[in-house]
Design a binder for this molecule. Sequence first.
Ligand code: GTP
Ligand code: MG
Length: 171
Amino acid sequence: GLRKKEVNVLCLGLDNGGKTTIINQLKPSNTAAQEIVPTIGFNIEKFKSSSLSFTVFDMSGQSRYRSLWEHYYKESNAIIFVIDSSDKLRMVVAKEELNNLLNHEDICNKKIPVLFFANKTDLRDALSSVKVSQMLCLENIKDKPWHICASNAIKGEGLQEGLDWLQGNFP
Ligand code: GTP
Ligand code: MG
């Protein structure tokens, strides 16, 4: 059959946001983990959509590992940025890390798509994706295609919508 186009996706966001849970849902069920633990350093995962073959770098969001992120910017073709919508206290930290990313020399000149998941929408304190978008000032991103999806990674809700958007927005 036709070879699928291979893309490298970098999955970023603060610790406890749900990155690994999201990626685990996107993997074929026979390779999915039963139990999710906080990521140490990073893990490399692979899965396919209808037209693309994804290699995902699932980075740890813990502060001590965030310095690893930038080493993977050059080779990335897309970014998935995961936010815990219920973590209002750390929304400013998420915004700071996002700005560091977008202003980095290996990212700022690339027109790669950035997909945001406003995750954990099932929690009672969760902010809407519109509110998360406002708090992170996403409307200021003018030079890259971006999209935000509300998600519940535990149930897998909102993930396919995000993946469909990503698939349609590669340069
Ligand atoms: P690091 O690897 O430390 O950077 O964290 P991470 O972003 O990979 O988060 P992880 O997937 O490990 O999830 C952290 C916790 O949040 C786990 O206990 C998950 O079960 C939980 N979680 C993930 N997604 C959701 C969600 O949509 N709703 C709820 N209620 N909990 C979630
Ligand atoms: Mg993780």
